[in-house]
Write a protein of this length. Structure first.
Length: 499
């Protein structure tokens, strides 16, 4: 008779032993209670580069947290004022003003408590967390006036103190606008051997700047033709805020009566096929500006300002404001606009017009309202104006003023010499700096000038020009602190901040 096998095999004995061991461990864990330490699972700005359009970050926790302990213990260095909001285990911190550019930030959280720790009579705190992010560099663009840079588009990184010349010598840049991400510039230019300003073509050029973290930027200085001037003169242009559409004021070279606005898609995908411009079927107009939603254009038309759709029948305006002759600026969200009213006594009024129908007069001037920009960091409108100082010779004196849109308070920031009427200004994306130029016209102009001669919008020949940077403070603080502009070591005009 054969001997029977053992009922329990060796492998079964090992499995049973492991199950008993795991049961003991689970029992001990149950007896001790929940000991999982709370921690930050995700920080949405970790190692990211952010811009003025980025206004909030999120912290996601592994466990429900005691709200007040998190808010009391969250530290941002340098400090950034903001507001907290919660959705379960997610905490959102929304900045009150954009984070200043050219800065590295550290986010720390320690000492925050688990939501259920106090109920259980325990003092469980979060695992210490440290995160970091940075803002974009402070970068400006301008048209050079000195030697090898004359008439060329120049990029200067204020944060790194680095300069790059973007356009070639054979092009004289007339005007330019940045795409929203700052990686490309749309500009108009004429050939360096051609003095005809009406021969300008539209181009794009890469900046060598990347708006996205960890993504290598396309090398700077790559120029592509966007629109030629074979049959039509390209007079003015505007790039939509979303960077998808270009609106151009064009005139037929053989028919002066054929004049008006055209629009076309911007080249953003690197496609070899050039887009074809289409005429905006509407009455001819004057100055124009694409609206913040990128779907319409505001144009001076007849005795007022018309808002025309870019798609559909532009002969039927979306809105018409007969009392205003010009739109100077829109707020970023499109809820407000700065508009100019031309009076019969040759004075000009600046109005704040809202989408709720409010029309509030901000100021009156005997001179001109050259430009205005809304600050996204505060309810402030910065304007470059002139005041008539001599009626006989019609001499205007330019000055910069900050207007508090809530109170109407005005704060003059800078008064320039009367000879400096050709000033242009640009407000930084973070609202902390104002750029402006000071053009020195050439006095002893001759009948024949070189083809690469630079001229202002008024036709004055430019001898040279300097660039200035004015730090900005809220109007309330500026009343007690004297702010003086600083001259930059750069020779150029038409300065603009990169977004």
């Amino acid at each position: 008779m054969t001997k029977s096998k053992a009922f329990i095999q060796p492998l079964d004995r090992i499995a049973i032993a492991l199950m008993l061991l795991l049961s003991v461990v689970i029992g001990l864990i149950i007896l001790q209670g929940d000991v999982v330490t709370a921690r930050v699972r995700e920080f949405t700005w970790q190692n990211q580069q952010i811009g003025a359009e980025d206004n909030s970050f999120t912290l996601t926790f592994s466990r429900p947290m005691e709200v007040k302990s998190v808010e009391d213990n969250l530290k941002i260095e340098p400090p950034l004022a903001g507001k907290f909001s919660w959705a379960g285990r997610r905490m959102v911190y929304t900045l009150i003003t954009p984070a200043p550019y050219g800065t590295n930030y550290k986010v720390q959280l320690q000492g925050a408590k688990d939501k259920f720790a106090e109920q259980e009579g325990k003092n469980r705190v979060i695992q210490p967390f440290t995160g970091s992010f940075r803002t974009r560099d402070r970068v400006i663009l301008y048209i050079g006036t000195d030697k090898e840079e004359q008439g060329r588009l120049v990029l200067y990184n204020l944060t790194q103190e680095q300069k790059r010349v973007l356009t070639p010598k054979d092009l004289i840049v007339i005007d330019f606008e940045s795409f929203p991400d700052g990686e490309k510039i749309l500009f108009s230019a004429r050939a360096a051997n051609n003095q005809d300003l009406l021969s300008a073509k539209l181009y794009t050029v890469t900046t060598g700047v990347s708006a996205k973290s960890g993504q290598k930027a396309e090398s700077e200085g790559k120029v592509d033709l966007t629109l030629d001037s074979k049959d039509y003169q390209n007079l003015k242009f505007d790039l939509s805020p979303d960077g998808q559409t270009i609106v151009i004021q064009r005139g037929n070279k053989t028919n002066p009566g054929d004049f008006g606005l055209w629009f076309m898609p911007a080249i953003t995908d690197g496609s070899a096929e050039k887009p074809t411009p289409k005429r905006l079927k509407s009455q001819p107009g004057g100055d124009f500006m694409v609206t913040p939603d990128s779907k319409a254009v505001a144009v001076a038309q007849g005795q007022g300002a018309a808002i025309l759709p870019l798609q559909g029948d532009a002969s039927k305006p979306l809105d018409f404001l007969p009392q205003f002759g010009l739109v100077q600026a829109f707020s970023k969200d499109g809820s407000q606009a700065a508009m100019v009213k031309f009076n019969t006594d040759y004075t000009r009024d600046l109005f704040l017009v809202t989408n709720q129908g409010v029309q509030k007069q901000l100021l009156k001037t005997t001179g001109s309202i050259l430009s205005c920009q809304f600050d996204i960091a505060s309810p402030t409108l910065y304007c470059l104006l002139t005041q008539l100082v001599s009626k006989e010779q019609y001499i205007e004196q330019p000055y910069v003023v900050a207007i508090d849109l809530k109170t109407g308070q005005q704060k003059p920031l800078l008064v320039l010499p009367p000879a400096q009427r050709n000033v242009q200004m640009s407000l930084s994306a973070d609202g902390l700096g104002l750029l402006f130029d000071q053009v020195v016209p050439q006095t002893n102009t001759t009948a024949s000038l070189p083809a690469n001669t630079l001229k202002t919008d008024d036709g004055d020949v430019i001898a040279t020009s300097s660039l200035w940077l004015m730090p900005l403070l809220p109007i309330a603080d500026a009343a007690t602190v004297e702010i003086r502009p600083e001259q930059l070591p750069l020779a150029g005009f038409h300065p603009r901040w990169l977004p």
